[in-house]
Unconditional design. Structure first.
Length: 319
């Protein structure tokens, strides 16, 4: 018995360095996985490997040509030189919307937010001021009083804001954008602690209604990684002009590169879509269906409003 034990110990002793290395590697792997799935900030070993692999795959794929029916109407240096000032009067946006509708454009999505009223300009008031001058020369007190009321009304809503909101209503198929705050700290720094979700009440038509959750679970039960803590919405006059709203926020990786598209976010207990998801759903005449498992989002589908059996699945990365 003693001889057999000595032989076993001798064999094990020879393998001890290899076994120690294996144990160290297993422990390191377990620690890395624990760190990645619990307290990772996005710069751990697994995340770094994943992002490098993704970058390589994109380079291997090359640049894909966008669909010819999708266009970007951008504000660039040429635009600023033409209009001589920035920001532009919103009456120019109104004219652009009317022109695009005439050209047959079906849907427009704004990745900009008009959160502050646009003050009336001298150009906006010029007609009324001229009328006041004419009224004074003619001694027409009624005409002067009427024009002064119109000028005073522009303290509340300028001609630019009025024209813009009216054009949005005329076009109808416009998705207004807004952005969200990722943390409570951002909300506090933005001075919005008391009005974190101001404007959300005007977006109820854009809330995703088709959300399937496990029994006994609510949206409030899920991770902070899919929640926003506040928003910056359009001013009420503009916000209420459309029934379609979506956020255009995206989170960058720790190297400041945006590799992922944020498709949905939980805002004050409501599930809302991103601009890209909302635009795709409306253009294709589909509703968004989001399925949750016990921990995160399991799947996102676009379901036809005419045939529920017709569904398009969107690949998602679990959050």
């Amino acid at each position: 018995m003693g001889q057999k034990f000595k032989a076993m110990w001798g064999s094990l002793k020879k393998k001890l360095p290899l076994l120690s290395i294996c144990l160290i590697l297993v422990a390191a792997l377990l620690y890395t996985m624990f760190h990645h799935y619990t307290i990772s900030s996005g710069n751990d070993l697994i995340s770094t490997f994943e992002t490098n692999l993704l970058d390589f795959r994109f380079r291997l794929r090359g640049i894909k040509k966008p669909h010819e029916k999708v266009a970007i109407l951008a504000i660039d240096e040429k635009s600023i030189q033409q209009f001589k000032s920035w920001p532009f009067s919103r009456k120019y946006y109104a004219g652009a919307l009317d022109h695009l509708k005439e050209l047959g454009v079906k849907w427009i999505g704004f990745d900009a937010v008009f959160s502050e009223p646009q003050p009336a300009t001298i150009a906006d008031l010029s007609e009324d001021l001229s009328a006041v001058k004419t009224g004074a020369e003619q001694g027409n007190l009624a005409a002067i009083t009427n024009r002064l009321k119109l000028i005073d009304a522009q303290k509340e809503v300028s001609l630019g804001d009025q024209a813009f909101s009216d054009a949005i209503k005329r076009f109808e198929n416009i998705v207004l954008g807004y952005f969200y705050f990722q943390s409570k700290r951002e909300v506090e720094l933005g001075g919005r602690a008391e009005t974190a979700f101001l404007g959300l009440e005007d977006m109820e038509n854009s809330v995703i209604q088709a959300a399937i959750l496990p029994d006994g679970r609510s949206l409030d039960d899920y991770s902070e990684t899919i929640k926003a803590h506040g928003i910056v919405a359009n001013l009420p006059k503009v916000n209420k002009a459309s029934t379609h709203h979506a956020f255009f926020s995206n989170e960058a990786d720790t190297d400041a590169i945006v590799r992922w598209v944020t498709l949905v976010r939980i805002l004050d207990g409501n599930l809302l879509p991103s601009l890209s998801l909302k635009m795709a759903a409306e253009i294709l005449n589909r509703d968004v269906l989001v399925v949750f498992d016990e921990h995160a989002i399991e799947s996102i589908d676009l379901v036809s409003r005419e045939d529920e059996s017709d569904s398009m699945s969107i690949p998602v990365d679990p959050l």
